[in-house]
Design a protein around this ligand. Structure first.
Ligand code: GLU
Length: 460
């Protein structure tokens, strides 16, 4: 069974790079009817925050990534890690190192002076004498010497590290007894039964250390996939301004979770030249072996384009619900479906949709000066006054009724649409921009239209 996980450190908000690896792990598990687990890497008590943990769950909730079973918290597993530290000590695969801070600094300085890489020299590896007094030891693992640690990365292909070059007997427990990062990650990944570890390639250099832990404990090594970073369009590290923000900010900006996930799945993975993927299609087609080998560039225009695609196709219920989250409730509006349909072609985000809808359902607070100057001239007042009379005598309800009534009026009075439609638009929204004028009339209804036209006539 395929088991994957997402293992965030709750030290800040969940940004889109993290969400992307979570999505890849989720898709791969679900596609194979496996399990997708969530593990919170909260061993660094000083840097963790409860808010960050909640924020991660909130993002998962919003985009609909469901994890299986309970959340694993590393902070609750210290006894377990301790057990494995003791096991390695008993088996002679780890040892206590009594090197003082001063000794370590002296060693570093000497190595640097000799232009060598800073590396622990193994002085306590086979130590058998009496340990120095007053020093709480750290625990170091006996890393294999002069060997190549090699693994087949699912994206990068064969990756190898020479233990003599880069790996020393690294610390697995600090002097206060707390276990270190790579040690606990390896133990958790093994005990949680992970078959596939998909993560950012900023973790690539951790992998050989974790493999050493797997080997020392006799655990099966999972398949690793190290996903290249997301860069900005200039090829630099993605900054907050480029889009490396809290995933929840995308909600506030009016993006649909479907669009964000679609955007993220394509940011580093492709299937031919297909751009739009429903969750169903992602599940059918995603395979981590098709993740790109090179970094991908963030493209905000593409995200907008995808979002506008979803705007055109998502159900009324979904859009109404999502608008509620942006504090616009149109669920009781008698023309709610028309409100959405008449705007969804033009609005790229829910925020735009909200603004456009509000410009129709709310009375204009002011009239756009440019539009007034341009369109309220000539006989506009006479025309609009006459139209108002006709409107009062009729009972139009839907767009078609309004259209028939207006067209008849224009024909009888030999008036061109622009001369009538623009003043009506200004009466309804305060500006000369709106979707189909007949739709907007139908949305606000006859009585409100009468009132808004009277307001305009009374103002100028
Ligand atoms: N906790 C790590 C992070 O947030 C991820 C570790 C991993 O995926 O192995 O970057």
């Amino acid at each position: 069974m395929t088991i994957t996980r997402f293992a965030p450190s709750p030290t800040g908000y969940l940004h889109i790079g993290g969400l992307r690896t979570a999505l890849y792990s989720y898709l791969w598990a679900r596609k194979n009817s496996g399990k997708f687990l969530l593990r919170i890497e909260d061993t660094d008590q000083k840097r963790n925050s409860f808010e960050a943990m909640e924020a991660i769950k909130q993002v998962f909730d919003w985009v609909g990534l469901e994890y299986d079973g309970d959340v694993y918290y590393q902070s609750k597993r210290f006894d377990l890690y301790k057990k494995y530290i003791d096991q390695l000590l008993n088996e002679g695969k780890a040892y206590k190192c009594y090197m003082s801070k001063e000794e370590l600094t002296a060693l570093r300085e000497e190595q640097m002076a000799n232009k060598q890489r800073a590396k622990y020299d193994g002085r306590y590896r086979d130590f058998e004498g009496t340990p120095p007094q007053g020093i709480e030891p750290v625990i170091r693992i006996k890393a294999p010497q002069n060997t190549i640690i090699e693994f087949e990365d699912g994206i990068k292909g064969k990756v190898s590290f020479n233990t003599d070059d880069i790996l020393d007997d690294f610390i697995i427990a600090r002097s206060d007894g707390t276990p270190t990062y790579n040690f606990v990650v390896a133990i958790d990944d093994a005990l949680m039964g992970l078959t596939d570890v998909i993560r950012g390639d900023d973790h690539l250099s951790n992998t050989p250390k974790q493999i050493i832990v797997y080997q020392a404990l006799g655990f099966d090594i999972p398949k690793f996939y190290h996903v290249p970073m997301i860069l900005n369009p200039q090829g630099k590290k993605l900054s907050k301004r480029d889009g490396a923000m809290d995933a929840m900010d995308y909600k506030t900006l009016g993006y649909f979770p479907e669009a964000l996930l679609n955007f993220l799945v394509r940011l580093g993975w492709s299937h031919g030249d297909q751009e739009v993927f429903s969750m169903q299609e992602m599940l059918e087609l995603f395979d981590p072996k098709d993740i790109n080998k090179s970094a991908s560039a963030y493209n905000g225009e593409k995200l907008l384009w995808l979002n506008s695609n979803y705007m055109k196709t998502l159900s009324y219920e979904r859009i109404i619900d999502d608008l509620k989250d942006l504090e616009l409730d149109i669920s009781a509006h008698p023309k709610k479906e028309l409100l959405i349909d008449s705007h969804r072609e033009r609005a790229k985000t829910l925020v735009e949709l909200k603004t456009q809808i509000e410009s129709i359902i709310n009375k204009p607070r002011e009239y756009d000066a440019k539009a007034v100057k341009k369109f309220l001239k000539g006989e506009w007042k006479e025309i609009l006054t006459k139209f108002l009379e006709i409107l009062k005598q009729n009972s139009p309800e839907n767009s078609q009724d309004f259209e028939e009534m207006t067209v008849k009026f224009m024909e009888e009075n030999d008036i061109k649409l622009g001369k009538l439609a623009q003043p009506i638009r200004i009466a309804i929204t305060g500006s000369s921009v709106s979707p189909s004028v007949y739709d907007t009339m139908a949305i606000i209804g006859k009585d409100e239209l009468v009132s808004r036209i009277e307001n305009l006539l009374g103002t100028f």
